[in-house]
Design a protein around this ligand. Structure first.
Ligand code: SF4
Length: 252
């Protein structure tokens, strides 16, 4: 049975207050942006992993085009793994850094094949991760070089496995930081465990997905990196950053 709980490192009253704020953010932002949200992918977990690796520092539309081109050129992951790296690089030309992503993806595929027992066999399916507790499934993925917590969570949640592991992207991270759910110096990687610990452990994949999407949309549509629109934000009354921003604005 999947589990997903990290022990809080805070006094329990502080932790309870953070949990209450995370749930309030969930409630208000899900209402604001129209949850429940439709899952955008039905890929198997290995395909989702490769897709997530392609999406690093790349616009969604570009990484999607690169993924489609790669699949059209090489119908199986075994063919991607064994192709000349320059040809894979060419197939990835729609996304940023194809010269880095092509060898990295091939190495990830080789590593998965090695773990499945034979470097020359097709990379195994990652479907077996469905039977592992979530922390164990994430640790398995994150022990592959170049796979971090965002990619491991995306693989488990966005793929057809639909496991309740929460990715934290830059928008989600910025909103959580400004709301005070995590400290100002906590980076995106360490934020994963801290923010997941604030969610009820029995939440379904849909609830975890809605939470992530709602905070991400809020970062895209209101809590901008520059000039957040605090004056129209539904979280202003409980947001320390927003209140500091508003206190500096000239009164009308
Ligand atoms: S009040 Fe401002 S800083 Fe706080 S979450 Fe809303 S937009 Fe972001």
């Amino acid at each position: 049975m999947p589990t997903r709980r990290a022990a809080p490192a805070l006094p329990s009253a502080d932790f309870d207050a953070l949990q209450a704020k995370a749930l309030l953010a969930h409630q208000r932002l899900c209402a604001e942006y129209g949850a429940p949200f439709l899952f955008f992918s039905t890929k198997d977990p290995l395909s989702e992993l490769i897709s997530a690796l392609l999406s690093h520092r790349t616009k969604n539309a570009d990484s999607h085009r690169a993924y489609q081109q790669l699949r059209a050129t090489y119908p199986t992951w075994e063919e991607v793994r064994d192709a000349p790296t320059l040809d894979v690089q060419r197939a990835l030309s729609a996304c940023t850094w194809p010269e880095q992503k092509a060898p990295r993806i091939q190495e990830v595929l080789r590593e998965i094949s090695r773990r499945c027992g034979d470097e020359n066999l097709p990379p195994c399916s990652l479907d077996f991760l469905a039977e592992r507790p979530i922390p164990e499934a994430r640790a398995w993925l994150e022990s592959i070089s170049g796979v971090g917590p965002k990619t491991s969570a995306a693989t488990l949640l966005f793929s057809c496995l639909r496991l309740p592991a929460m990715p934290v992207d830059s928008h989600h991270h910025r909103v959580a930081q400004r709301l005070g759910l995590i400290g100002p110096k906590v980076g995106e990687g360490p934020a994963h465990a801290l923010l997941a610990a604030l969610l009820p452990p029995d939440w379904t994949a849909q609830q975890v997905y809605d939470h992530h999407e709602a905070l991400m949309y809020h970062g895209q549509k209101c809590c901008y990196f520059h000039n957040p629109a605090c004056e129209r934000c539904v979280m202003l009354d409980v947001c320390p950053h927003g209140q500091a921003v508003m206190s500096k604005k000239p009164q009308a």
